[in-house]
Design a binder for this molecule. Structure first.
Ligand code: PRP
Length: 211
């Protein structure tokens, strides 16, 4: 698995405001949207393209366009929904599949409650988005779903990750596929109840309120 930690002062600034417990939901949502747009620049560095002809007002020249089949973006509900608009803005031709995963608060295992992925992802580049990579259980489950449907090229975009979760994803993926994780920050650790420290709290609750 390839890990890319974004290194940019604007990303640092926006993550700091996200961490602030006094940042209200509307600002939090806006910052998540802005951050994913910045992270998408790195996450799409290896998006598949093909050459094409383009007619300018002066002549014809060779250009580049996103190759077929279109990439697919998979937000992990709920919190991943907050990153969907930012990704589709950068990759407007992408299709979108949905995965609903909820972490059991006792066992920390990911439970699937929704799955709307295409049956066949052969040849598709997949971009999984979820703000938080804590134990890695949710991301591993999502990666398994797309690999078993034939995907071989998976990029995960997260805002914060715990070192323990990165290790778990690395071990689970092995060398079965091209999997990259692009994150804004790798934090210090997980606490005893599986929250990222220093973190930003529960991203789903801060985006959408407490269920
Ligand atoms: C959070 C987060 C990830 C997951 C990370 O979602 O958005 O999906 O937990 O934890 P893990 O790496 O230990 O699996 P949560 O289960 O709280 O659901 P929500 O998005 O509906 O709030």
């Amino acid at each position: 698995m390839r890990l890319h930690v974004a290194d940019h002062p604007l990303i640092d600034h926006k993550v700091t405001v996200l961490r602030d417990k006094n940042t209200p939901s509307p600002i939090f949502r806006q910052l998540v949207d802005e951050l994913v747009t910045l992270l998408a620049y790195e996450a799409t560095r290896h998006v598949r393209v093909e050459q094409c002809e383009v007619e300018t007002p002066l002549t014809t020249t060779t250009g580049t366009r996103i190759a077929d089949p279109a990439p697919i973006i998979v937000p992990i509900l709920r919190a991943g929904l907050g990153m969907l608009d930012g990704m589709t803005r950068v990759l407007p031709s992408a299709e979108v599949g949905f995965l609903g995963l909820k972490r059991d608060e006792e066992t920390l295992e990911a439970i699937t409650y929704a799955n709307r992925l295409p049956e066949d992802l052969t040849g598709r580049q997949v971009f999984i988005v979820d703000p938080m990579l804590a134990t890695g259980g949710s991301l591993i489950a999502a990666i398994e779903y797309v690999l078993e449907r034939g995907a071989t090229d998976v990029t995960c975009v997260c805002l914060l990750a715990a070192p323990e979760g990165i290790d778990n994803v690395t071990d689970a993926v092995g060398d079965r596929a091209e999997v990259s994780v692009v994150v804004a920050r790798v934090d210090d650790r997980l606490n005893e109840v599986g929250f990222i420290v220093p973190g930003l709290g529960d991203a789903g609750d801060r985006l959408y309120g407490v269920v």
